[in-house]
Design a protein around this ligand. Structure first.
Ligand SMILES: [Zn+2]
Length: 592
């Protein structure tokens, strides 16, 4: 079995050399009680420890927030990196070489280039910071903007005083023009190199490892001839469509267990103003619309997002677009702030104060309400035709919501705005929904009650086997409905065949630690009537019956499509056998 090009042998050695307890101990203070180590969860804020680390089975589980995983997923979470990066960190930690086949000459060359560029950017940053300390011009702007010294230090604000001094500085530090250019720091005109950020206030853009990957800069005196803000060009370390400005602070907050939601504002200067006012969870994209890559990056830290764009119509448009992008991901809780008087966050805080801004964030509207209210401004609701259009668009938004009680909330809101009664709205909603429902019901012909039982049975059987309940006996089953179920089953089967005890920590090699089904199984609560052999056997029966019924349907279809009499006979015999087995199982049920 391979995962992202690493074979299971390598991953097993990697995990063996990175004992979970000692790795976690670097981040969390753990106390041993019995076979388990306990500490305060690093993934949610808590005062009494509910984060358990099982040393024997090499997995952790938080009884507060439900997060669990192995040593690789722990590093993924704590360092907010992907699988590959986590493996690299752990390999370095254990002094292990990564498998050679991953490292061709090309990659080594690229890695070297990346390191030189990061080094050049780091040096340039120190140069700019020094310039700021020794110059008065940019400081008057900083004062005008009301930024504290703490914020200037936190964001490492700097100053590029002219065309040439960075060029000389890099040369003195033995950094070639070529590297300077590839890092996006220098440009060339008529054979001469110059600093691309000249005469501007600079802010470094960092990744979540706190490395400088580029710069953003702002002019100090208003000048309509030049752009107010300027960003580094695309380089091998800087990709605008991915970079989240302020991401390093999110990681810090998350690791302290202090991050609830992420506030997204429009520009870098807004981020700095928000932090200056105490909103240390504010970030921004780099002057581009929110992309799916941004969404992916943000999800590493939190899936609750508050969009706090400028209050003008451009800001509202950007909000709607961002909602669309985030919704596609499907896992975000999205809230929106609509700042009054067309103000941006900085202007708003200056005009109304920090407390009022806190209220705005706290009372942010969920994205459904935001969209409905936004539509009510688009249409003239006194005009009948426009009112109809408004209602239809609103109901289409309501259709995205699955729960009926939640729908009720928005139907009431639409009633309030439009004065159309909830009964009428419900009927319209039903009409809109019908065509979708019919298509859906054609796709899934299995009754919901039955599928629910099958699902629960699979959950219980696999949980019992994995948690080594005395009544749980390994069973041969043809198929499971969920990817995680099937993977866990295959792992159990392997253990069974090799006479090995299953270990929960081993599952994370095959299944993503965020997988819903996997988490349900790891956190399975064995309660009440369930904990006996009879219940286990009943579940096995339900599952076997489900498997047989599926086979029955398959053979029936194949028999109908069979071309020769011979073939048809063959399937008929198979069908007979299966029907017999089904009847036998059902009969057993009655005797029981
Ligand atoms: Zn937790």
């Amino acid at each position: 079995m391979q995962k992202f090009g690493y074979n299971s042998d390598f991953l097993e050695r990697l995990k063996y050399n990175n004992d979970l307890v000692s790795v976690i101990s670097k981040y969390v203070h753990l106390q041993e009680k019995g076979n388990t180590y306990w500490g305060c969860c690093p993934f949610h804020h808590e005062k009494t420890p509910s984060f358990a680390v099982n040393s024997f089975e090499q997995y952790y589980h938080c009884f507060g927030c439900g997060k669990s995983g192995d040593v690789i997923s722990f590093i993924k979470e704590m360092e907010s990196v992907d699988f590959m990066e986590a493996v690299k960190i752990l390999a370095e930690n254990a002094n292990m070489e990564l498998p050679q086949n991953l490292f061709d000459e090309n990659l080594i060359q690229k890695k070297k280039e990346k390191e030189t560029i990061l080094n050049a950017l780091k040096l340039a940053n120190s140069h700019y910071i020094n310039n700021l300390k020794n110059s008065n011009i940019p400081n008057s702007y900083i004062k005008k903007r009301g930024l504290s010294q703490e914020i200037v230090n936190k964001f490492e604000l700097g100053y590029s005083k002219d065309f040439k001094s960075l060029v000389d500085f890099l040369k003195n530090n033995k950094i070639s023009y070529e590297i300077g250019k590839n890092a996006g720091l220098l440009n060339e005109k008529n054979g001469k190199f110059y600093d691309t950020m000249f005469n501007r206030l600079t802010f470094p853009i960092k990744n979540s490892f706190n490395e400088v990957i580029g710069f953003s800069s702002r002019i100090l005196e208003e000048n309509k001839e030049v752009a107010k803000y300027k960003n580094s060009p695309q380089t091998i370390v800087f990709d605008k469509s991915k970079v989240v400005f302020g991401v390093q602070f999110l990681k810090e907050l998350k690791n302290q267990g202090k991050l609830n939601e992420i506030i997204i504002v429009e520009g870098q200067m807004d981020v700095i103003s928000m932090h200056n006012a105490g909103f240390t969870n504010a970030v921004a994209t780099m002057g581009t619309a929110l992309t799916p890559q941004h969404a992916k990056e943000l999800k590493r830290f939190s899936n609750k997002i508050v969009l706090c764009f400028d209050g003008d119509s451009a800001g509202q448009k950007a909000t709607l677009k961002a909602i669309e992008t985030l919704k596609k991901d499907g896992e975000f809780d999205i809230y929106c702030v609509n700042l009054q008087d067309n103000l941006d966050p900085d202007e708003y805080i200056k005009k109304f104060g920090i407390q009022k801004m806190q209220d705005e964030i706290k009372n942010a509207k969920d994205c459904f309400e935001y969209r409905i209210r936004n539509l009510s401004n688009v249409y003239n609701l006194n005009d009948k035709l426009e009112l109809n259009k408004f209602i239809k668009e609103c109901l289409n938004i309501v259709l995205e919501i699955k729960s009926n009680s939640e729908r009720e909330v928005y139907l009431k809101l639409i009633r309030e705005i439009s004065s159309v009664s909830t009964e009428v709205l419900k009927r319209d909603l039903l009409n809109l929904e019908m065509p979708n429902k019919i298509i859906k019901s054609k796709e899934k012909f299995i009754p919901a009650v039955l599928t629910d039982n099958v699902y629960k049975s699979q959950l219980f059987i696999l949980s019992s086997l994995l948690h080594k309940k005395s009544y749980a006996k390994f069973i041969e089953i043809n198929s499971f409905n969920e990817f995680a179920f099937q993977s866990i089953y295959e792992y159990l089967k392997l253990c069974h065949e090799n006479n090995k005890e299953p270990i929960i920590g081993a599952l994370f090699d095959e299944i993503d630690s965020n997988d819903k089904e996997l988490n349900k199984i790891i956190n399975y609560k064995f309660e009440g009537d369930e904990i006996d052999a009879k219940y286990f056997n009943d579940c096995v029966k339900i599952l076997k019956l489900d498997n047989l019924t599926k086979q029955q349907t398959l053979y029936t279809n194949q028999m109908m499509q069979a071309k020769t009499l011979e073939e048809r006979k063959e399937f008929a015999i198979k069908l007979q056998k299966i029907t017999k087995e089904i009847n036998l199982l059902k009969l057993e049920d009655k005797i029981d």
